[in-house]
Design a protein around this ligand. Structure first.
Ligand SMILES: [Zn+2]
Length: 127
């Protein structure tokens, strides 16, 4: 397992100043002061408003709400990664505190742990 190389959080989102609806995700300038964004460190622009209206047949308000929700999900990525990594701890393939030899035994709980580890690997670009 490698260490994540993505821009450290926290990330924040704000409505973009475009002629069409959209949001931008930025790195926070100061992790202890989330009111200021690091405008030199843009993470991404969230677009697709027209697609949502044209092909998903959403209203303007519905399409904007989806974009805002997507922006918040993306902005939470570093926090989600850190929380899940912390939650999983050193466990690599399963969860049996009393008998680690059972990790990966095929039970439902081991499956959830393996899925969580796979999600972290995906976030690191390893899958
Ligand atoms: Zn198991």
């Amino acid at each position: 397992m490698s260490e994540p190389t993505f821009t450290p959080g926290p990330w924040l989102t704000e409505p973009a100043d475009w002629s069409v609806a959209g949001n931008t995700v930025w790195k926070a300038l100061d992790p202890d002061n989330l009111s200021e964004l690091a405008y030199e460190q843009k993470i991404c622009d969230i677009r697709g408003w027209g697609h949502l209206i044209a092909t998903e047949l959403l209203s303007d308000a519905e399409a904007t709400a989806v974009q805002v929700a997507n922006a918040h999900l993306i902005a939470s990525a570093p926090d989600l990664y850190a929380a899940l990594d912390e939650l999983l701890g050193e466990t690599t393939s399963g969860y049996h505190p009393s008998d680690p030899s059972l990790h990966g035994c095929g039970c439902a709980r081991c499956g959830k742990y393996q899925a969580a580890r796979a999600a972290l690997a995906k976030a690191r670009g390893e899958t």
